[in-house]
Design a protein around this ligand. Structure first.
Ligand code: UTP
Length: 314
């Protein structure tokens, strides 16, 4: 599929302030927070590369230099690793700087996701491209972006990733869908952060998109909203009036690593999957000390069972 795919370029908007992780994000980017031993952005770059992306533009802002250093060659580190005979880790470090062609462009002010996508307009040119948000970490057999590209290749239209959300739908952009086939829908409308009563469905928009270049004119035309930002959801709604947009209900597990709970869930589950760490970590999770700490917070299933039995027998 990758050989035939026209989607070779991707934008990674990474200029947000990351306020939900302050103070950690005061001087280092949210995208560099590690899930076990890899920064979040590496998972997303790996997904893009596994989906056939060759050219990545990361939209950065103030305080994001660490991202550039991470994907750059580190001569000193490589020299030291070679000297110490650490061939395996050296190879991993070289792999990071060779993963894809990565360029950087600054968004001078964080004027919203829609604005961040407009910043590299000239670098993308007149072709469909991918957008990946570094907060959404997706664990999938077939990379999520690849699933979207497959839909794009069939319909040649913008494709957005959606997943069913049952709680806190009002945190998401939500689509009004028309079912087309299997896990593919046409997007009839989009609503940003609807109340549960007003949500047109339970299909929420997740941070993976294939966009046709017409989105640029649309985003420029809609301009900023009353919060002073250019919203991508508003741009997509406008685009859906001009050309069809499709949604792909991807197969895989998504972690909302842009908030603390989602980040911790991803950390625990990824650590359990680590070949060199998983077993020991599982033992720790099942240990009496940790069970006691958990019981202090929420009570333990075992103690609630004991209470029920003692009530019944008294
Ligand atoms: P978020 O809404 O998660 O904002 O942005 P944020 O600043 O990253 O984090 P919080 O909410 O303050 O904790 C979604 C994505 O859009 C990018 C962010 O970097 C993130 O990847 N973004 C957002 C920009 O690149 N520029 C912007 O002006 C806004």
């Amino acid at each position: 599929m990758n050989e035939r795919s026209n989607i070779k370029k991707a934008i990674f908007p990474a200029a947000g302030l990351g306020t939900r992780f302050l103070p950690a994000t005061k001087s280092s980017p949210k995208e560099m927070l590690p899930l076990v031993d890899k920064p979040m952005i590496q998972y997303v770059v790996e997904e893009a590369v596994a989906s056939g992306i060759e050219d990545i533009t990361i939209v950065t802002g103030r305080g994001k230099r660490a991202i550039e250093d991470f994907f750059d060659i580190s001569f000193e580190l490589e020299y030291e690793l070679r000297k110490r005979g650490k061939a395996e880790i050296l190879e991993q470090m070289q792999m990071i700087s060779n993963m894809a062609k990565i360029s950087y462009i600054r968004q001078k002010e964080p004027l919203g996701l829609g604005h961040a996508i407009l910043v590299p307009r000239n670098l993308v040119g007149n072709q469909a491209f991918a957008v990946l948000l570094g907060d959404d970490i997706i664990d999938a057999e077939v990379p999520c972006l690849k699933q979207l590209i497959e839909v794009y290749e069939r319909y040649k239209c913008s494709v957005i990733a959606v997943q069913r959300v049952h709680d806190d739908i009002s945190q998401y952009g939500v689509i009004k869908p028309r079912h087309l086939e299997n896990n593919v829908y046409q997007v009839l409308d989009l609503v940003e952060k609807p109340s549960p009563d007003e949500a047109p469905s339970d299909l929420a928009i997740i941070g993976r998109y294939i966009l046709t270049p017409e989105i640029f004119d649309v985003l420029e035309k809609i301009g900023t909203d009353k919060t002073g930002e250019i919203q991508l959801t508003n741009g997509l709604r406008e685009l859906s009036k001009r050309q069809a947009i499709y949604a792909c209900e991807f197969k895989g597990k998504r972690y909302d690593a842009g908030n603390k709970l989602g980040f911790l869930q991803a950390t625990v589950e990824f650590a359990l999957k680590c070949p060199d760490l998983g077993r020991e970590f599982a033992q720790y999770l099942a240990s009496p000390e940790l069970t006691a700490l958990i019981a202090e917070k929420i009570g333990s299933p075992a103690s609630s069972r004991r209470e029920i039995i003692s009530i019944e027998s008294s």
